[in-house]
Design a protein around this ligand. Structure first.
Ligand SMILES: [Zn+2]
Ligand SMILES: [Zn+2]
Length: 117
């Protein structure tokens, strides 16, 4: 997705803007970790440079040590618990956006289709 993007949580306590900068194309990950994290069939996320994200509102977080030893921390709305982005201590400076929180989420075209297993 190109251009500056905006998004937020369901209760609107958290809003963000993501400047156009370094970012990967959105990716629909169907691994079992992502299924457990989201409670859904897949997780649509997009890696971006953390410095490009400006976020307003109160966040809370949860962390998980992956089998590789990397610690993943997810940040979301403290009120409605919608998860917005995740960071990984082995990838400093980058974060992974939960693309369903974008205002223009209907325009997302993930690089991996659900048919790929
Ligand atoms: Zn909220
Ligand atoms: Zn995954």
């Amino acid at each position: 997705m190109k251009g500056d993007l905006t998004g937020g949580c369901l209760c609107v306590a958290v809003r963000y803007s993501l400047r156009e900068g370094f970012r990967f194309r959105p990716y629909a990950c169907h691994c079992t970790d992502c299924q457990t994290r989201t409670g859904a069939a897949f997780n649509e996320h997009m890696l971006f440079a953390r410095q490009d994200l400006e976020i307003e509102g109160e966040l809370d977080s949860g962390s998980y040590e992956q089998p590789s030893g990397a610690v993943s921390t997810i940040w979301g709305c403290a009120k409605c618990k919608v998860r917005i982005f995740a960071e990984n201590d082995k990838r400093p400076g980058f974060a992974s956006l939960r693309c369903g929180t974008l205002d223009r989420s209907a325009e997302i075209v993930p690089v991996v289709s659900p048919a790929v297993v």
